[in-house]
Design a protein around this ligand. Structure first.
Ligand code: BT5
Length: 245
C-alpha cells in the first residue's frame, strides 16, 4: 500500500477532512494526520478527547470487499494498532469488541470506521484511529481518567509519533491486504485471542442490556453472546456497545 500523508494542525475531526478529500477524488491510501481535534468523535454520536500530543489520524480506503469483510474493518484496524503497540513497546495490548485497544484494562486507542455507499456499493471507507500518546491523564476530561491510559503514563516517556504512525500503517496495510486475499477469518481468530473469550459481558443494544457469556466473533465480526436461556445472539458493532459494570 502506498501511503500519502496530509499533515494538519488543528482540525474539527480528521474524519471530516478525509471524507472531503475522498469526495474530491483522492486515492486510496491518503492519510490525514492532525495535531489536535476540536470535535473528535467516536461511534453512536459520542465524542473523542483529542489533546495535543496524541496520534489522531484517518485513512482513506476504497475497499472492494464483500459486505462480511467490510464489516470486519473496525476489528482489523484495532488489531493493527494492538500489533504495533506490542511490537514497538512490548506492551500487552488487548482488544475490546468492537473497536477499542486496551492496555491493562484501560482504553489507549479507539477506532471509528465510516463508509459512504451508492446503493449497496461502497464508494469509500474512512478508518479513524486515535492513540493516547504523549500527554498525561490530566489532559483528559475527569470522567475518562479512570478508564483511559496514555503511552506517556505507561512508559514513563514520550514516543516518536512518526515511528508509531508508520508502524500502525504498516500493520494496517498488511491486514488490509490479508482481508482482500480472503484471509479475514485468520484475522478474526487473532483478534479473538486478544479479546479473552469466553468471558462474562453485558451488551447495550436497541434500548436493552443483555448479559451473558461472550463466546467469540461471527464471520462478519459480530459479537456472539450466550444468554442465560442458552440462546446465542449476534450483536453488530453498528448498533451495540459493551456496558461497563
Ligand atoms: C471510539 O469510539 O473509540 C472511536 C474513537 C476514534 C477516534 C479517532 S481520532 C482520529 C479520528 N477522528 C475522529 O474524530 N475520530 C477518529 P467509541 O467506542 O464510541 O468510544 C467513545 C468513548 O470513549 C467516549 O464516549 C468516552 O467515554 C471515551 N473516550 C473519549 N475520548 C477518549 C480518549 N482520548 N481516550 C480514552 N477514552 C476516550
Amino acid at each position: 500500500m502506498r501511503w500519502r500523508i496530509v499533515r494538519l494542525g488543528e482540525v474539527s475531526s480528521t474524519m471530516d477532512i478525509a471524507r472531503e478529500l475522498a469526495e474530491a477524488g483522492r486515492p486510496e491510501g491518503t492519510v490525514v494526520v492532525a495535531r489536535r481535534q476540536t470535535r473528535g468523535r467516536g461511534r453512536l454520536g459520542r465524542g473523542w478527547a483529542s489533546p495535543e500530543g496524541g496520534l489522531w489520524f484517518s485513512v482513506l480506503l476504497r475497499p472492494r470487499l464483500a459486505p462480511a469483510d467490510l464489516s470486519k474493518l473496525p476489528i482489523v484496524a484495532s488489531l493493527a494498532v494492538a500489533r504495533a503497540l506490542r511490537r514497538l513497546y512490548g506492551l500487552p495490548a488487548e482488544l475490546e469488541w468492537p473497536n477499542d485497544v486496551l492496555v491493562r484494562g484501560r482504553k489507549m486507542c479507539g477506532v471509528l470506521v465510516e463508509s459512504a455507499f451508492s446503493g449497496r456499493e461502497v464508494l469509500f471507507s474512512v478508518v479513524g484511529i486515535g492513540v493516547n500518546a504523549n500527554f498525561g491523564l490530566d489532559a483528559l476530561p475527569g470522567e475518562l481518567r479512570g478508564r483511559a491510559i496514555t503511552l506517556r503514563e505507561l512508559l514513563g516517556h514520550d514516543v516518536d509519533l512518526e515511528e508509531l504512525l508508520n508502524a500502525i500503517l504498516s500493520e494496517l496495510g498488511a491486514c488490509y491486504l490479508a482481508l482482500r486475499e480472503g484471509k479475514g477469518g485468520e484475522l478474526l481468530r487473532e483478534a479473538e485471542r486478544l479479546m479473552g473469550f469466553p468471558r462474562p459481558l453485558s451488551v447495550a443494544c436497541c434500548g436493552h442490556v443483555f448479559s451473558g457469556t461472550a463466546l467469540g466473533l461471527a464471520e462478519d465480526g459480530s459479537l456472539l453472546l450466550r444468554l442465560p436461556d442458552g440462546a446465542v445472539r449476534a450483536f453488530s458493532w453498528a448498533e451495540a456497545t459493551i456496558k461497563k459494570p
